[in-house]
Ligand binder design. Structure first.
Ligand code: NAD
Length: 267
């Protein structure tokens, strides 16, 4: 059995990940981590995740349990994920990283760790979204500069970053397919006298409301027709299942940076 650690164990994704690790025939949960100052340190991880007591106490110090797992699955906050990536690299542990909202500097810190240990990082671990990345790449290559490209996303009211990491990844996929640099062509929201649309731009629109798990659409609009590629997540289990699949896939991989497209064989 592959020994899995889940950090952010009390979070929305953490709880779902604990369930998904338990559902996979080749994985077992051996470590559950939370913020060192969390009131849930010492709580039973199984009870926390709603799957019944599993006699695994939530821990607040990754160094104390570094020998107790093979792969860490981390869906927390950027600062914690940078520290966890460093701990995994130093301890020779593999890492599945789903946190979004990194600054460029934080991302560089995480990527540097891939030189020492295998790291699978994705803004979205759902199989369907990763298929949409592939479809968006194909659509951008076929439709080319004839279309205006707009990306819209909707998430629940608690989400703390915008646009979503998945929306940005979709933007990067289409920008790369068209030979554009997303940093130069992205437009994040519009207001007032914007002037006419520049055909090279890629627009983003964000909705935050209620309990929406995650909706994404990439629109390719030309004169007379448009193509829309849409994904709607109805449960966090789609991300959690993908992350556990990535952990199992990562188990025999050499140090390096991988993503969900590698895991699914879509490259
Ligand atoms: P959440 O706020 O419900 O959970 C985050 C958890 O991390 C909290 O329980 C918090 O206490 C914990 N945490 C914070 N600092 C910590 C530390 N130092 N050590 C251990 N735990 C710590 O958030 P969420 O909705 O579960 O999302 C978490 C992250 O995952 C976000 O960045 C979100 O965008 C991302 N996400 C990614 C995917 C994907 O497929 N890649 C899917 C869903 C969410």
């Amino acid at each position: 059995m592959l020994r899995i650690a889940v950090t952010g164990a009390a979070g929305r994704m953490g709880k779902t990940l604990i369930q998904a690790v338990g559902n996979h025939p080749e994985t077992e949960l051996t470590v559950a981590l939370e913020r060192p100052d969390s009131s849930l340190i010492g709580a039973d991880a199984g009870e926390l995740a709603g799957i019944g007591r599993n006699n695994l106490a939530v821990c607040g110090d990754i160094q104390a349990v570094i020998d107790d797992f093979d792969v860490l699955i981390d869906f927390t906050v950027p600062a914690a994920s940078v520290a966890n990536a460093e701990a995994c690299a130093a301890g020779g542990k593999k890492l599945v990283l789903g946190t979004t909202g990194f600054t460029d500097q934080q991302k560089a810190g995480v990527l540097a760790c891939a030189g020492q240990s295998a790291l699978c990082m994705a803004s979205n671990f759902s199989t369907g979204v990763n298929l949409c990345f592939k479809l968006a790449d194909m659509a951008a290559r076929v439709l080319g500069d004839d279309v205006d490209i707009e990306i819209s996303e909707a998430h629940h009211r608690h989400k703390i970053d915008a646009p979503s990491g998945t929306a940005l990844s979709l933007g990067e996929v289409v920008a790369k397919a068209l030979g554009r640099d997303l940093k130069e062509v992205a437009v994040y929201g519009r207001e007032g006298q914007t002037g006419a649309r520049d055909g090279q731009t890629i627009g983003f629109a964000t909705v935050r409301a209620g309990d929406i798990v995650g909706d994404h659409t990439v629109m390719f609009a030309a004169e007379g027709e448009r193509v829309e590629i849409t994904h709607k997540a109805s449960s966090r289990m789609s991300f959690a299942r993908g992350a556990v699949r990535a952990a199992v896939w990562l188990a025999d991989k050499s140090p390096g940076l991988y993503d969900m497209q590698d895991v699914l064989g879509l490259k």
